[in-house]
Design a binder for this molecule. Sequence first.
Ligand code: NAI
Length: 361
Amino acid sequence: MAHTAVLIPGDGIGVETSAAMQEVVAASGAQIDWVIEKAGAACIDEFGTPLPDRTVEAIRQHKVAIKGPVTTPVGTGFRSVNVALRKTLDLYANLRPVISIPGAGGRYDNVDLVVVRENTEDLYAGIEFEEGSEDALKLIQDIDDMGKGTIRKDSGISIKPISVTATRNITEFAFNYAVKNGRSKVTAVHKANIMKHSDGLFLREAREVAKGYEGKIGFDDRIIDAFCMNMVMDPSQFDVIVFPNLYGDIASDLAAGLVGGLGIAPGANIGHECAVFEAVHGSAPDIAGKNLANPTAEILSAAMMLDHIDEHEAAERIRSAIRVVYAKGEVLTGDIRRAEGQAKAPASTTDFTAAVVAEMA
Ligand code: NAI
């Protein structure tokens, strides 16, 4: 059956990794009609915004999209397209499977876990008060008047909201994902011992949601600092892990680092209506346009997209071809060669892609 999906190639290496992804998906047997839309700085002249309405509307209409990375220029007032997309489409769950690919230069060959990160609140809510501003000074005074504590007057302040609604949404998502994907345990990560009304709420609600899955899916919790040590020492002990926004962001890069780095880390942003799949990495301006980028992360993001639209065979064909190419170790991009400390010459993006396609023939 043919499906329609939106493709936002992005910029920087996104142009190259998106082309590689399309080639591999075409070879997988899945029939995808791509609707190509734009996002990023290059859109501003044409549409007056880095995220044109027609791009958002196309995703709303077709429900499924894959996106290459988009550069966020620093200090221009240009809002991150990624944050805007997540907010506009209420993509409340960020899903990052972290699975060892033998030959990819990871510290461990036995990792198979899934990071589920809350995507809409916590310290990323964007509610901030600039140091010395009238609002910051008023807030500091109000907090003092309430007897809640003294904050130095020269402080900048970021607000950390964590709600019952968002916590329930994300933990339900994590448990449902575990059920659907044959996983056995969900771990909630927090710092509830220090932040009782934000992380404490997160843990309390996660425990409540867990009760609905008793006997089907196990549940435990970890404090974020202990979690980091546990991850580095033995990541195989984790299965599905659910985090508030900030810890999830940091932990997913940590987890990606344990299995071979950003070049192989896929992801998805999922809402009640739409899903946008994308690699964890950015637009890598340092190597853009040089045919050096590793397209594995975007290709594996496409495999997640295929699973999402029930094209499981095509998805597995892609993952299996990737595993074979890494196991053979003949055609691997520079990031992997460096991680592995290999002297062999690095392959180009296009050579790597051709090797993956050849394994699916
Ligand atoms: P980055 O992920 O683009 O690059 C970090 C390092 O990893 C660089 O040395 C890069 O060459 C390397 N790298 C990343 N992906 C690679 C790949 N597929 N193959 C080989 N090497 C790879 O992170 P950075 O430099 O912090 O961000 C660059 C730009 O990307 C920024 O404007 C940032 O805002 C944006 N960004 C966009 C994201 C998105 O659209 N989802 C996510 C993260 C960053």
